[in-house]
Design a binder for this molecule. Structure first.
Ligand code: HAM
Length: 416
């Protein structure tokens, strides 16, 4: 029996019938991100595993449990990227971008890979649209990024969203708070599952946004990060909130928002769409400030802030709004004995930028016209010897079955 191949679990094909939403997302991204002064970068989908371990943090779930890692033929430890920030930072350092410009604003669109438990809105290959701004420590940059994320969603017609905001303080403050959180949950270790105990020892802050039922009452009385902020981070956070109010942007403070990646300091935010279409995967955008990452990766000290959105989730939300991808050719050429001339005309019209189809299998005129109908062609032209001799043919409008005579040499101009 022949082996039947399927795509890997959690990795999906995007067929022409679904492509319209993706193209709309990408075109809108390029437009809106361009307006905000962000330039596109493209980095490889695989990097040295150590980049992610050092950048994102070995104790995070993404790196500890979900990476697609392997040894290549040169015995190098490689991983498919689970996110885009570490790669963008690596790229910024490698090309010494800071020597050329004090501020860089980048965006990227591409596939990311995480070996996750599958459910609606959660996949193993998924696509992110990310933005990273390097060089500005002021909260103005955080506010601009949040404005950008919301402007993009609004342009897509996704307006029912909630912006949640928190500050994680500086690295010192985060470390102290992590110890405090560890001490607090350690007092309740006996009610924690083995998995939660592991999280407690590796990354106690993650317990604060655990969704497990047993955790709810514990989290409700856990220490609050916002109450332990250092003075500079507090001022930064207050100024960010003032700027958001100034921009008429609604937000809710969520002191439990800690994010799943280790590089964040100060601002952390998420944009959540409360839609049944997304099940429990309502977070369409996550981001924050990561002022320490560049140095951690061996680069120059560079303040930075960014976000990424999950495009599959946006597609689910856009759903029926997106038009079908392929609307049918403008013209279908049917061959009734014109042979090579059909072939030549097809090429001539396509070179002129017109969407023209023919049935490359040949066959009877009847079967070719059936094909034209199936493709939803707007016009059809049947070419035989008579048409070639007179240089004229009947152009049939397939939508209302009317016909009119056209001069073949003038087809381009006429069809336009
Ligand atoms: P993240 O929160 O891990 O952040 O991912 C950002 C977004 O990607 C999520 O809010 C979600 O929409 C989408 N996403 C994540 N995992 C999956 C999945 N398995 N399936 C479908 N969608 C998913 C980051 O990745 C950071 N690099 C964001 C960032 C950029 N922070 C600063 N700059």
């Amino acid at each position: 029996m022949k082996q039947k191949f399927c795509s890997l679990r959690g990795m999906s094909d995007i067929l022409p019938s679904d492509i319209a939403a993706w193209q709309r997302l990408e075109a809108t991204a390029r437009e809106v991100f361009g307006v905000f002064g962000f330039n596109e970068i493209r980095t490889p989908i695989a990097e040295e595993t150590a980049l992610f371990e050092r950048g994102v943090g070995e104790d995070t779930e993404v790196i500890g449990k979900e990476m697609y890692s392997f040894l290549d033929k040169g015995e190098r430890n490689i991983s498919l990227r689970p996110e885009g920030t570490a790669s963008a930072a690596r790229c910024y350092i490698e090309h010494a971008v800071h020597q050329r410009e004090p501020v860089s604003k980048w965006f990227y669109i591409g596939p990311m890979f995480r070996y996750e438990r599958m459910k609606t809105g959660r996949y193993r290959q998924f696509h992110q649209l990310g933005a990273e701004a390097f060089g500005i420590a002021e909260p103005q940059q955080d506010a601009e990024l949040i404005q950008l994320a919301l402007a993009f969603l609004q342009k897509l017609g996704i307006a029912q969203v909630r912006l949640e905001l928190n500050s994680l303080g500086n690295a010192d403050c985060r470390r102290r708070f992590s110890e405090k959180t560890h001490a607090y949950f350690s007092n309740h270790r006996h009610v924690l599952s083995a998995d939660l105990q592991k999280t407690l020892d590796k990354n106690p802050l993650r317990l604060l946004d655990s969704k497990e039922e047993v955790m709810a009452p514990l989290i409700a009385s856990a220490p609050l990060l916002l109450e332990h902020l250092d003075e500079a981070s507090r001022e930064h956070f207050e100024e960010l909130q003032r700027l958001l109010r100034l921009s008429d942007i609604d937000f809710v403070l969520n002191p439990r928002l800690v994010r799943g990646l280790d590089y964040y300091s100060r601002t952390a935010f998420e944009i959540i769409a409360d839609s049944p279409l997304l099940g429990t995967a309502g977070t369409v955008c996550g981001g924050g400030r990561y002022d320490g990452l560049m140095e951690q990766l061996g680069g120059p000290s560079t303040p930075a802030v960014g976000f990424a959105m999950g495009l599959e989730r946006l597609c689910l939300l856009m759903g029926a709004d997106a038009k079908p991808g392929f609307e049918g050719p403008l013209l279908f050429l049917a061959d009734a004995g014109a042979g090579d001339e059909v072939w030549k005309l097809l090429l001539r019209l396509r070179k002129a930028g017109l969407v023209v189809e023919a049935d490359l299998r040949g066959g009877s005129v009847k079967s070719q016209l059936k094909r034209a109908n199936k493709l939803n062609a707007q016009y059809c032209l049947v070419l035989g010897e008579a048409e070639l001799q007179t240089g004229k043919a009947q152009l049939k409008d397939m939508r209302n079955s009317t016909e009119r005579e056209v001069v073949l040499a003038e087809l381009e101009g006429m069809l336009r």
